[in-house]
Design a protein around this ligand. Structure first.
Ligand code: UDP
Length: 306
């Protein structure tokens, strides 16, 4: 297959690119390096199955030749990043989804939108199934991310219904692993780097909020299976093993062997209190479920940051 992936130099995008190249596909990676890094794809330079184009995907995308699949992953993903780039975040899910869907339509290609568990907002249903419509504060600071993903989903379904584009929507829950940026502000790189440097672990709020962490190779496998499936409605891709942030901090201290302490700082506005994917649909439709345990995934992540 000849494949385009946006956000190719990002955390998730670079792992997807690698997986696609390893599967024998020809990949054209696009990124504008707002939050991605050339280092993430430096090892693919010179690979005959990989071509990189520096491109802002909110602008018209010109690519000659046939394309079979378009994966639209580009977007700042860390709360700190999307608060730093609120308008670019809104543009990449709206204008960027428009351009990449337009590309898929013109080429008769399959299209996959990397959506997010953030479409569920601070959820009132727990765990979250794909049937849940969500609880989002549109005008809060996180609204820029939540709404860019929600608009992207709406546009994807409109292209599916009106233009018969063969679309997919992956609702990705907290993913982690090597190539996250040390300073991107998300809990995994923060805690791991604090623990290995002997700094206090910064628990936001009282640490009773929950998350469910999925190792990046599992996430990428879910995306790859979803693209190959014939399923066009949203599918949760995440690890259903839920824990509090305090429990997660304890796990990081255990795996790193660090003696760091936990300190509390203010909870960000509209920080979801719980988050856990129901992955019944992914199991049924994709034959997918996560394989990598938190211990194993954390060890690989710690190795990367050490
Ligand atoms: N968090 C924390 N300390 C940190 C960074 C994050 O306690 O140094 C919390 C954050 O408030 C949230 C959870 O960890 O409740 C996950 O945050 P992250 O930024 O990784 O992603 P989110 O799930 O909020 O999108």
């Amino acid at each position: 297959m000849r494949v385009v992936d946006t956000g190719a130099a990002g955390f998730l995008g670079s792992h997807l690119t690698e997986r696609l190249v390893n599967e024998g596909h020809k990949v054209i990676g696009l990124d504008n390096f707002i939050t991605g890094s050339a280092d993430n794809i430096a090892h693919l330079a010179g690979n005959k199955n990989f071509k990189f184009i520096e491109q802002d995907v909110t602008e018209y995308i010109y690519l000659p030749g046939e394309i079979d699949w378009v994966f639209h992953l580009a977007c700042p993903a860390s709360p700190e990043d999307y608060l730093k780039f609120p308008i670019k975040t809104l543009k990449v899910g709206s204008l960027g989804s428009h351009k990449t869907l337009g590309l898929a339509k013109a080429k008769g290609a399959g299209f996959l939108l990397a959506s997010s568990s953030e479409v569920y907002g601070d959820p009132k249903e727990h765990p979250q199934t794909e049937k849940y419509w969500g609880h989002v504060n549109t005008v809060g600071p996180r609204g820029v991310y939540d709404e860019t993903k929600r608009f992207g989903e709406a546009l994807t379904m409109a292209y599916h219904r009106s233009h018969k584009v063969d679309t997919r929507i992956a609702r990705i829950f907290n993913s982690y692993g090597p190539r996250m940026k040390a300073g991107d502000g998300r809990v995994v790189p923060n805690f791991v780097n604090q623990a290995i440097s002997g700094l206090d672990l910064t628990v936001y709020g009282d640490g009773s909020q929950t998350r469910s962490f999925c190792y990046v190779s599992d996430t990428v496998d879910g995306l790859y299976r979803l693209m190959r499936s014939g399923y066009c409605n949203p599918v949760n891709i995440g690890n259903p093993k839920e824990m509090t942030i305090n429990e997660f901090a304890g796990k990081v201290l255990e795996v790193t062997g660090s003696k760091s302490r936990l300190i509390n700082s203010p909870l960000p506005v509209n920080d979801p209190k719980v988050r856990q994917p129901d992955i019944t649909l992914a199991r049924e439709k994709l034959g997918w479920e996560p394989k990598i345990s938190l211990d194993e995934g954390l060890k690989k992540t710690i190795e990367y940051f050490t």
